[in-house]
Write a protein that binds this ligand. Structure first.
Ligand SMILES: Nc1ncnc2c1ncn2[C@@H]1O[C@H](COP(=O)(O)OP(=O)(O)OP(=O)(O)O)[C@@H](O)[C@H]1O
Ligand SMILES: [Mg+2]
Length: 335
C-alpha cells in the first residue's frame, strides 16, 4: 500500500468474511469463506475496480465496506470512519448501488422517486429540488423525469439508481456491477456518467467486464477465491503478459528464397523474441512476431519488408487484454 492513508477514501485491511449455511447442528451446515484476506486502499478522487469471476468475493467485500455485512475479521474505513464502530458516519459518506431491480418505485416518476428518497434523507425542500434536477441532468434523464419508472428501460433505471445514490452528495460511491445487463450504448452512457464523477468523488466499482475496467479505472484489483491475486493500473496488469504482445503481418509476393534472411533481420530488431513465417497459400505469407513494444516492432518490420520489396497486405497488432492478464495469473479463464 503506497498511498498515504490520509488521502485515502477507502482503506480495507485483511478483510475476511465467512458465511454459514444450513441449519444449526445440521450435518449439511457449511462454512463458506467468501473473502479470505483482502487489503487495498483507494485514494480520493480516483476510480478503483474490483474485477473477478463469479463468486470471487467482490459483492461480499462491497457489502462489508457499505456496512451491510459485518466482517468476520480485519477492518475497513471510509473517509476515515470505521465500518463497524462508526457505521452511521460511514453511511453518510456513501452512495451505494447494488445490483438488482429493487429500490425504485415503479408507480412514481423518476423525479418523484428522487424527491421521495431525498425526503427520507431529511433534505431541505429547496435544496432537494435543485439537487434532484442536477442529478437528473447528470444521468441525462431530465427529458423523461416526469414518466413512471415502470416504463423505463434497464439502462434508464440503472442511471436513476446512480442519481439516487448521489442525492445526498456523498463523497464516495460504491457500485456493484453498474453496467450489467445493459446494451452497449446504454453501458457507454452510464460509463460516461461514472467517469464524470471523479475527481470530485471517489468510486469503487465491481465488474466482470475487462474492457470496462480498463477504460474506467485508475487502479484494478483482480480478485479470485477471496484474495487479490493481482493489483495495479490496467497498463501494469497487461504488461505482465508480455508473451501476448505480437504483430502479425501478411505479405503477398515471391520471396525468392529470402524468407529466412528477412526473418533473421526482423528477429534482430530490439525487443523481438520470436519470428515465425508460414505460407498460407501461394505467395501469401503470414509473419508472426512476438515482441516487447508492438509500435516499434511494426515500424522496424515494415521497413525491412519494404526494403526487400515485399508487398504488405495486412497488419494485425495484438496487445494483451486484462483477460490475458487474468489467465496468466490465475491459470484459467475468467468465466
Ligand atoms: N448470503 C450468502 N450465503 C452463503 N454464501 C454466500 C452468500 N453470499 C455469497 N456467498 C458465497 O460467497 C462467495 C463470494 O460471493 P460474492 O457474491 O461475494 O462473489 P462475487 O465476486 O460478487 O460474484 P459475482 O461476480 O457472481 O457477483 C461465493 O462462494 C458465494 O456463493
Ligand atoms: Mg457480486
Amino acid at each position: 500500500m503506497t498511498a498515504d492513508r490520509e488521502s485515502c477514501a477507502i482503506v480495507a485491511e485483511n478483510l475476511h468474511r465467512v458465511y454459514v449455511t444450513g441449519r444449526r447442528f445440521s450435518r449439511k451446515r457449511k462454512l463458506i469463506v467468501a473473502v479470505q484476506d483482502i487489503s487495498f486502499v483507494v485514494p480520493r478522487g480516483t476510480i478503483f475496480g474490483m474485477l473477478g469471476p463469479n463468486g470471487a468475493g467482490k459483492t461480499t467485500t462491497i457489502k462489508m465496506l457499505s456496512t451491510l455485512l459485518i466482517p468476520s475479521g480485519g477492518s475497513a474505513s471510509v473517509s476515515g470512519f470505521d465500518v463497524v464502530r462508526d457505521e452511521r458516519m460511514v453511511r453518510r459518506q456513501l452512495g451505494v448501488v447494488l445490483g438488482g431491480d429493487r429500490g425504485l418505485y415503479g408507480k412514481l416518476s423518476a423525479r418523484d422517486n428522487l424527491i421521495y428518497f431525498g425526503n427520507l434523507y431529511g433534505m431541505k425542500r429547496d435544496i432537494l429540488r435543485r439537487r434532484v434536477e442536477g442529478m437528473l441532468d447528470l444521468v441525462t434523464l431530465r427529458d423523461r423525469a416526469g414518466e413512471r419508472v415502470e416504463g423505463f428501460s434497464r439502462g434508464m433505471k440503472q442511471r436513476l439508481h446512480l442519481a439516487k445514490a448521489l442525492l445526498h452528495d456523498p463523497p464516495v460511491l460504491i457500485l456493484d456491477e453498474p453496467t450489467i445487463g445493459l446494451d452497449p450504448a446504454a453501458a457507454v452512457d452510464l460509463r460516461a456518467a461514472i467517469a464524470a464523477l471523479v475527481p470530485d468523488h471517489t468510486v469503487l466499482l465491481t465488474t466482470h467486464d475487462m474492457a470496462e475496467a480498463d477504460a474506467l479505472c485508475g487502479e484494478i484489483a483482480i480478485v479470485d477465491k477471496g484474495l487479490i491475486v493481482a493489483q495495479g493500473t490496467p497498463e501494469e496488469l497487461k504488461s505482465r503478459v508480455a508473451a501476448e504482445r505480437r504483430i502479425v503481418v501478411s505479405t503477398r509476393g515471391t520471396l525468392d528464397g529470402h524468407a529466412s534472411q528477412i526473418a533473421g533481420r526482423v528477429a534482430a530488431l530490439k525487443d523481438v523474441s520470436t519470428v515465425n513465417h508460414n505460407v498460407v497459400e501461394g505467395d501469401l505469407v503470414e509473419w508472426t512476431i512476438l515482441c516487447g513494444d508492438t509500435a516499434v516492432t511494426l515500424d522496424g518490420t515494415l521497413a525491412i519488408l519494404r526494403g526487400s520489396q515485399v508487398p504488405v497486405q495486412a497488419v494485425k497488432v495484438i496487445e494483451p487484454t486484462l483477460e490475458d492478464a487474468f489467465l496468466a495469473i490465475a491459470g484459467r479463464s475468467f468465466e
